[in-house]
Design a protein around this ligand. Structure first.
Ligand SMILES: Nc1ncnc2c1ncn2[C@@H]1O[C@H](COP(=O)(O)OP(=O)(O)O)[C@@H](O)[C@H]1O
Ligand SMILES: [Mg+2]
Length: 329
């Protein structure tokens, strides 16, 4: 297995935008006083490694959220895997400790991380053969881990149907021993509402539903949310939803139309994240090259959008506001 290096990628300049009311000199001063080493790129740009960002954030009072997220929508191709991957990498770069779980038998998330999982235990084995969760964990980077998937997971739904297992607690129970090692657990799901998706929903604090601004995705959106709300009621759970617009292309006139239409529906509007993730070929290229959009040298639009997305999920945006109003230097 080739280990990809998720190079550190946060620059001191980017940190000024994240920490409220701090200058670049202030960032360097904080890095020095906390003895946080920076790494230099070939172009001599300075980068702050994940652990360093964590130290800096925690020193300034940031508390990393403990949250289980799943990406779900019955429609394929809307960005569940790409966003799971990009969010995981960016959250990691911001210092979060992240566990990804690939529940899709296609194993696209696993491949994105360049992990060869043909002979590795996947969730089917953890469940059926009663392995410990830690036996399934692959360390992609120091605090970015993955429970991969392969075609064996195509049996998982049948296994879950046949067993008297408890869908509601199955995933949380299995993760109990290792949950404390992570802040975020990010579950990438197949495009379905089956037993696996139900179990993943039950283990979620928040379900992220990526939609594309086109008429077909809208059908999938309503179906998915209605079904998941039914599951939430049946199991008496409390997860919430966030809808994220992905593959937005300003040149497509109808894109904005769908965004407006959804915003008019109060029961959905409050779930929608207040930004869009734009269409950008670097999403495809990044995964093909086993890099994240943050490791590509070129600036890409999606890099900014995913940065927003990660900061929103981590609560960094709200934290920044509070620092500014608190008047910290
Ligand atoms: N913002 C984006 N810009 C360009 N291509 C994207 C974007 N998001 C996803 N894609 C591409 O769309 C395809 C489907 O995305 P994927 O994440 O695999 O969807 P899902 O997991 O929902 O089936 C992939 O080829 C991916 O590279
Ligand atoms: Mg997928």
């Amino acid at each position: 297995m080739t280990q990809i290096q998720f190079g550190s990628s946060i620059t001191p300049a980017e940190l000024t935008g994240t920490l409220g009311g701090i200058t670049i000199q202030g960032v360097y001063k904080a890095l020095r006083s906390l003895q946080i080493p920076t790494e230099a790129t070939s172009t001599r740009r300075k980068l702050v490694p994940s652990k360093g960002v964590r130290k800096l954030f925690e020193d300034r009072g940031f508390v990393y959220p403990k949250q289980n997220l799943s990406f779900q929508i019955v429609k394929g191709g809307t960005g569940k895997t790409s966003l799971s991957y990009s969010l995981a990498v960016r959250a990691y770069q911001y210092g979060a400790r992240v566990l990804c779980i690939d529940f899709d038998q296609q194993g696209n998330l696993t491949r994105s991380f360049n992990v060869e999982a043909r002979d590795r235990p996947v969730w089917l084995n953890l469940f059926r053969d009663r392995l410990d969760a830690s036996q399934g964990v692959v360390e992609v980077a120091d605090t970015l881990h993955l429970i991969p998937s392969n075609l064996n997971n195509s049996r998982l739904d049948v296994e879950l149907t046949g067993s008297a297992s408890n869908l509601r607690d199955m995933i949380r129970d299995k993760l109990a021993d290792i949950r404390d090692r992570y802040d975020l657990v990010i579950m990438d799901c197949p495009p379905a509402i089956n037993k696996i998706n139900t179990a993943a929903a039950c283990a979620s604090d928040r379900i992220i539903v990526p939609v594309n601004p086109d008429p077909y995705a809208m059908d999938g959106l309503d179906f998915t949310i209605t079904e998941l709300e039914r599951i939430r009621a049946d199991f008496k759970l409390g997860f919430d939803f966030r809808i994220v617009w992905n593959r937005y292309d300003a040149r497509e006139r109808l894109g904005m139309y769908y965004i407006h239409e959804l915003a008019k529906r109060p029961e959905r509007a409050e779930m929608v994240l207040p930004f869009v993730i734009r269409t950008d070929s670097s999403v495809k290229n990044a995964i093909f090259d086993s890099k994240s959009v943050f490791d590509l040298n070129k600036k890409s639009v999606v890099r900014e959008d995913i940065d927003q997305f990660a900061k929103e999920i981590l609560g960094v945006n709200a934290w920044k506001e509070s620092q500014i109003s608190g008047g910290q230097a």
